[in-house]
Design a protein around this ligand. Sequence first.
Ligand code: ZN
Length: 321
Amino acid sequence: MDSWKVVIVTVVAAIVAVPMAIILTSPPSDTQAASQPTDDKLLVLASFYPIEQFAMQVGGDMVEVKSILPPGAEPHHWDPTIQDVQNMAHADAVVVNGVGYEAWLVDGFMSADFDGIIIDTSEGVPLLDLAEGTGDHRDPNDDDHHDEHTLSHDPHIWLNPANAQIQVQNIADRLSALDPDNAEQYRANADAYKRELSQLDDDIETALQGCQREILTFHQAFAYLADRYDLTQYVVLKSTTPHGEVSTRSLEQAIEIANANDITTIFGEETIDPRAVDVVASEIEGGKVMQLSPLENVQDDGTYTEIMYKNLEALKAALCQ
Ligand SMILES: [Zn+2]
């Protein structure tokens, strides 16, 4: 066996055990939503980071937005506690990405005493089919059958700023209906933020002109970004969640793809075990690892647009030489 194959086998064995460790060490959940706001603000819960950002931009001063997921929690598969579900029941609205991404949350509400509204931001977003073999793979060591949903479409819609504009408009429309007195302000906030997103969209398009089009990422999160900017996404882990098992074959294929397409930068992401992308990069001439954030488990406090501009810088460094 080649020496690098030995390395891969060792690394694979170590990687498989990691996702549960990440889940177990996540901070205890605390939505701090147990009490109603004391003023007239609507209490709006958002499922995870980009959705929280969109809701805050639209809601402005009229709305108190809280993230349901605690910092560091992993949004693909998260189990709300009974306390979390009770806290959620006090909300006026819960904002979700949709496309089956937050099955854990919708299930929780079905049994909860919740009389607010659920705002599905994906309404009207053109959806992409899942690439073959990239279904919602469950961790084989995880025998919790809480949310065995099979996705019909790729849920990572927020990574295309054009989709983000639709999501923002959906939030504005639903909040306006819920709170007609402030409808004009919600629409004005949404319009201003959509201009910012449109600028981001233009900037990405312009910056990547004439650059290489192939990207190699960790899990299959960037299909909408790739679709928008005419990139081809290859992945190390053929899964729509970062929790699948990275097989030896997957690593070998990633190395083959990189070599065949002159890809030298492998994109890692927040909170994944870096060893899989490190191994792929180490087997490619001039290979290196950079971060491309799916904004799923944001560790710093950059805004949606700030993180997307950081992503653009990473893409330019990798593709535009
Ligand atoms: Zn994902």
